[in-house]
Ligand binder design. Structure first.
Ligand SMILES: *[C@@H]1O[C@H](CO)[C@@H](O)[C@H](O)[C@H]1NC(C)=O
Ligand SMILES: *[C@@H]1O[C@H](CO)[C@@H](O)[C@H](O)[C@H]1NC(C)=O
Length: 307
């Protein structure tokens, strides 16, 4: 039998080993990402005729770090081991998210669909186009919370609509002064649940209806700031993709930290018709869509920046 002291050392050793391989719960204050992106999915815009202007490109990460890519006509799953599976075809989704059970929610125009793990598709919201509470006009952002409550950014009606579980009729979650809202996010990690909205044509980010980032709040932002998509980490740090790059903003420091910048209009996208979509894997590596190139790029998280 091993003496107790050695057993304790062994247990301590393995605990330290295991701990150091665990993921960070959120990137630290000084976190950095490598700005040289690796193309991990390519040729998405190219069809058999060799010529095709791509319309939509949206990404999300499932709980197993498999990348889901919705591009023109397909939704595909890129497994970590290299296998590619087509989950849906013949559709063009504008927005897509994955809930914590790996159900995929996506919209085609005014209708929101749910694709579950068995491959079954059901309609969640938006039976017809319009502005009633069981209708949607133009879905531009989706969030599904831990309870399965669905939030939809309906840019055609300049409103955010909330759908309780299995309800086909929604309630208004936000509508005052929105102009072309795109990405939305519900921060469920703090004491209070907090709704963030990319109020795109007003050039700002709203948190519970209050402007926190953008024109009129920070002098570096003006009419050219068009926020596309938003993510909030476990520390409440806000990540935003926009026409010219991707940055993060800490609520305590109220400081904008640029993560990526892009200039060439053919590279990443400029307008708001084709928002830049981004997501993280469990190691905080960053994935960004490049519609102009029909690709998805991966930007490695620099773990050393947080040690
Ligand atoms: C990759 O992983 C998936 C899911 O576990 C599996 O279905 C597939 O067969 C794997 N492919 C290879 C090449 O190992
Ligand atoms: C993206 O596309 C542009 C123009 O089509 C091309 O010049 C560039 O090399 C591409 N970049 C990458 C990283 O694929």
């Amino acid at each position: 039998m091993l003496p107790l002291r050695i057993v304790v050392y062994l247990v301590a050793f393995f605990c330290i080993e295991i701990n150091s391989s665990l993921s960070l719960d959120a990137p630290c204050h000084n976190a950095r990402w490598n700005t040289n992106g690796m193309t991990i999915v390519d040729n998405l815009g190219i069809l058999d005729d060799g010529m095709h202007e791509m319309h939509r490109l949206v990404i999300a990460m499932d709980t197993q770090d498999n990348l889901i890519v919705a591009s023109d006509f397909t939704i595909r799953k890129y497994f970590l081991n290299g296998t590619i599976e087509t989950l849906a075809s013949g559709i063009v989704a504008d927005s897509m998210v994955i809930d914590r059970f790996d159900n995929i929610y996506y919209n085609i125009e005014y209708t929101l669909y749910k694709l579950d793990k068995n491959g079954e598709t059901t309609i969640v919201a938006g039976l017809s186009p319009g502005s009633d509470l069981d209708q949607l006009s133009d879905v531009s952002g989706i969030y599904v919370d831990k309870q399965g409550i669905v939030y939809i950014s309906d840019k055609g009606n300049n409103r955010i609509v909330k759908y309780p579980l299995n309800a086909i009729t929604g309630t208004i979650a936000a509508d005052d002064q929105l102009d072309n809202p795109l990405g939305i996010f519900m921060d469920e990690n703090q004491n209070e649940r907090t709704l963030y909205v990319c109020d795109t044509n007003n050039h700002r980010i709203l948190r519970e209806g209050v402007s926190i980032i953008g024109k009129g709040v920070q002098s570096i932002f003006d009419d050219s700031f068009n926020p596309h998509n938003i993510f909030v980490d476990f520390h409440g740090v806000v990540y935003v993709s926009h026409a010219r790059g991707l940055f993060r903003w800490s609520p305590t420091q109220k400081r904008v930290q640029v993560i990526l910048e892009w200039e060439c209009p053919h590279f990443f996208d400029e307008g708001t018709e084709h928002p830049v979509s981004f997501t993280f894997d469990s190691e905080w590596n960053l994935y960004v869509t490049d519609r102009g190139n029909g690709s998805v790029k991966k930007f490695l998280f620099d773990r050393n920046s947080c040690e």
